[in-house]
Design a protein. Sequence first.
Length: 320
Amino acid sequence: MDDESGHPKVKPRLLIVDDQALNIHALNELFRADHEIYMAMDGNKAVDMALTQFPDLILLDVMLPGIDGYEVCRRLKASPLTAGIPVIFVTAKGEEADEAKGLELGAVDYISKPFHPGIARARVKTHLTLKLQSDYLKSQASIDGLTGIANRRAFEQHLHAAWSHLCRDGGWLGLILVDIDYFKRFNDHYGHLAGDQCLRLVAAALDSGIRRPLDMVARYGGEEFVCVLPGTHLSGAATVAQQLSDAVENLKIPHVESLVADRVTISQGVACLQPKQGQDAHQLVGLADQALYQAKESGRARFRLSEVCNRKLQSPPVGH
């Protein structure tokens, strides 16, 4: 189905959490025509799915095996990655104190069982509309006006959110700093309009090379870009760096003033850390910046891995 502009209509993503298959079936039948449905039957699975699928709204039962719905809501609201997902409790616990507890934890609404289909649809539609409006306003403030990808502000927010999440749950955080080689020479030779178009094309190529939902490409400033890669080890970040390099070179943008190639190329610095409480996320940026400097010093049109990260991992340097 297309929207009014002729583009395919994107269905809102709805996560239904209930330990009773009959209830899940009823809610699925009610919403599946207009929503992309995900389902979970226990609290831990609900948290995992929220962190991997990023639904637009969650219909959450209170009484669940393992951790209950209140604890699920508390964990989701404590994570910067899922705090913005609206939660509606759908439960037979109809006491005012139960409703108040859910709202205090950050839920946006409360639907009592047995629910009326019309009321359930109306409340879901209302909160999805509010989230869509909120997401649009946030995106407008987070988009780089020239390239159309995330801006420096959005990068800072995403970096700190990913850092906080990995501090709590463990894992690696990869980061790549990207610089267009000899961009000043490009601007001086082809003009600033061509330079702006070059930035837009490179940004699009970098963005297309990032495939996972939590990965981000942002404009860092001038002709520099940055990639945030949560859950990515140094070897995985190196693979991404190679893909980004190939994507930009495949654009085949002429650059007769480059000292390393006849087309536009990029240099990259790659770093990776396991975030720890008390550490500054910008330590990772500093390591990537040092690696980028080494890539430039060693001839450009290549990537270099952070020597500090390599030593910590006790693995030989990888480059190209």
